[in-house]
Every structure is written in C-alpha cells, then in structure tokens.
Design a protein around this ligand. Structure first.
Ligand code: NAD
Ligand code: MG
Length: 338
C-alpha cells in the first residue's frame, strides 16, 4: 500500500488556495489552526450566533458566516457534525459552489450514504485524520502529526488528489503518513472501529470490569485504577511497540492471564456480534437508524449520554483525577478554547 510522506508532497497546492473550514469543534479547531500555522489563507465559517465565534477569534482566526465563507473560498472543508451536514450543505454551502471549487470532508458518511449530493463540476475529496481533533492540534504543535486518509469522490479539475495531499500535509498528517482510500472504505471501517473497538468496545469493557469488582465488594477507587485509569498506561506501551512490547513490560503472570483469559472474555459470541455490526454498517441499516434518531430530535441519544455521564465510575474518576493535578496541566481538551 502506498503511504505518502512530507518530502513527496508540495504544500503549495493548498497555499495557493483560500480555504474555509466550516465549524470550530474538535476537528475544525485543529484544521484551521494547523492550516494557518502552515501558511495557508484560512477562514472559519460559523453561524453568527455560534458560541465558537469567540473561541476562533481568540485564536486570531478570521471568522465569516458559513454561507459567506463558502462563497469566498476555493476549498471548503465540512467540519460541522455529520448529522447537520446535509442541511448546512443545502442552505449555506451549495449556493457558493462555483465550478472548479473543492468540497472536502473529514469522514465519508454523508457522501457514502448520499445525504449530500454535490454538483458534478467541482472536486470532492476527503482528508480524514485518524485521531481526535485535539490530538491533531497537539501533535502539530509538537512538530509531529496524526496519520491521515485521503479519498477522491469527484475530480473535475484533475487535481483533486494533489490538493487533498497538500491539505493533509498542511495539517501535519504527512509527518505520520497519508494513505489513499475510498469514501466507502473509510466510512465502513471508521464506523466499525469506533463502535466495536475504539469507543463502544473499550468503554464497555472497562465499565463492565469496574462494575464486577464493585459488585463483588471491592472499593470503587481500586476498581477505577485497575480497570480504567491503567488502560492508558497499557495502551501507551502498545502504541510504542505493539502488543509484544506491552507483554514484555507487564509481569509474566499478567502475560499468562492475558493468553488464557483474554479469549474467554472476547469469545466467539463477541466476534459474531462484531460481524453483525459490520453487516449493519455495510447494508446501511446503522446509518438509517442514526439519521432517523436525529430526525426525531435525538431523545434516545441524549438519554443515553446522560445515563453514561451519571455512572458511578465517572464520579470516582473525577475524584481520583483531582489528586493527580499533572493530568489537567497536560490536558488535550480545554473546553474554553475548543
Ligand atoms: P464537533 O461536534 O466537535 O464540532 C461541530 C462544530 O460545528 C461546532 O463548532 C459547531 O459550533 C459547528 N456548527 C454547528 N452547526 C453549525 C452551522 N449551522 N454552521 C456552522 N457551524 C456549525 O464536530 P467534529 O467531531 O469535529 O466533527 C466534524 C467532522 O469531522 C465530522 O464529519 C466527523 O465525522 C469528522 N471527524 C471527527 C473526528 C473527531 O475527532 N471528533 C475525527 C475524525 C473525523
Ligand atoms: Mg474514527
């Protein structure tokens, strides 16, 4: 598989363009600040009454109303929440799309599931960092980068790839490597990864372990350190040197337990369920349900968000973190800034 790095990408192909980053959330914050620091002419597109206007202005970024930004820019990067993109596209972006412009996404959902149908006379591409926006910013500031995927869904200029690569490099992605994929492949693997492993799988694994220890009468603080806090320390080792480095660092007892008990926890039932998740992503039924949930006003989604935020483990974690002030000192997310 071809992996692109900085040396073979010319960032001038994005420096020659005016770029509008629509939205100033997790990704919008990272892209706009990184592009600006890479010497790209950038404006952030927001609603006039958005709380993000102040945050973007405090970062000394140019802010325009969404429709104005789309009208002004050559390259428009859609970094508003996925469930609002179809509506914002129709109302504020489409009217400003003249022939030759580029419409970009950081996730393929709306193109792949046909919620946004762009005109034929523009370029449509994706630059999707494989990491949270706050990390994309932090890594850039440190002189590093988060790997990016690019994909092309429309290439009327014949230059869509060159522009996407230059954009990926300007946000720091080409320091870590840029891989080309398709909107379909990115959408399906991204949804699967976040549901089965990164967000859904890992949180429920940690939560279940925490609950079992607490229900068995162990102190919640102990359970928190054991099943939740320590996850990062283990993942840091895997990040640095794979599973074998982690297994090198833990005790032989832990390593033996890993081999004999791991497959019992993640047994064939879990694997079958994961396969089923992938099927529902591929056949569009997950997307249909999520679009439906948003249309109905997100009642169930907000209920689940509240229930999870109120879980005992969150209270215990807050208390324990307060005693480890270095965590807040090095925090990735400052809600006042982004
Ligand atoms: P977010 O929810 O963090 O931020 C959304 C931003 O959009 C906010 O600043 C909000 O004020 C703004 N907004 C809302 N309505 C608006 C409107 N009508 N006009 C203009 N701005 C409006 O979003 P996010 O998580 O950064 O996601 C953006 C895109 O990036 C999505 O396609 C997502 O799938 C993709 N992505 C996100 C991450 C991540 O780290 N969160 C990682 C990879 C890809
Ligand atoms: Mg993802």
């Amino acid at each position: 598989m071809k992996v692109y790095y900085e040396q073979e990408i010319d960032q001038k192909w994005i420096r020659l363009k005016k770029v509008a980053v629509i939205g100033y959330g997790s990704q919008g914050f990272a892209h706009s600040n990184n592009l600006r620091d890479s010497g790209v002419e950038v404006a952030v597109g927001l609603r006039k009454d958005s709380k993000s206007v102040r945050k973007a202005e405090e970062a000394e970024l140019t802010v325009m109303e969404t429709a104005k930004a789309a009208e002004w820019a050559d390259v428009i990067m859609m970094l508003v929440p996925d469930h609002l993109q179809a509506e914002i596209f129709k109302k504020d972006i489409a009217p400003g799309l003249r022939a030759g412009k580029t419409l970009m996404f950081a996730h393929g959902f709306n193109i792949h599931f046909k919620q946004v149908i762009p005109p034929e006379n523009i370029d449509v591409s994706m630059v999707a960092p494989k990491g949270p926006g706050h990390t994309v910013r932090r890594q850039y500031e440190l002189g590093y980068g988060v790997p990016c995927l690019i994909a092309i869904a429309g290439d009327s200029s014949g230059k869509a790839r060159q522009t996407a690569l230059a954009y990926a490099a300007a946000i720091g992605g080409a320091k870590a490597g840029v891989i080309e994929t398709s909107f379909k492949e990115e959408t399906e693997t991204d949804l699967f990864g976040e549901q089965a492993v990164l967000c859904g799988g890992i949180t429920h694994l940690m939560q279940t372990g925490f609950e079992i220890l607490v229900e068995a009468g162990y102190a919640p603080e102990m359970a928190y350190f054991e099943c939740i806090h320590e996850m990062k320390l283990i993942v840091d080792l895997i990040y640095e040197g794979g599973m074998s480095l982690m297994r090198y660092s833990v005790s032989d007892t832990a390593e033996y337990g890993d081999y004999v008990s791991g497959p019992r926890v993640i047994g064939s039932q879990v694997k079958d369920e994961m396969k089923q998740l992938l099927k529902e992503i591929q056949d569009g039924s997950f997307a249909r349900k999520w679009i439906e949930e948003n249309k109905k006003g997100r009642e169930r989604f907000l209920e689940m968000r509240k229930k999870m935020a109120d879980h005992q483990l969150e209270k215990v974690g807050e208390k324990l973190r307060a005693l480890m002030p270095w965590i807040a000192k090095n925090r990735l997310v400052d809600r006042k800034k982004s």
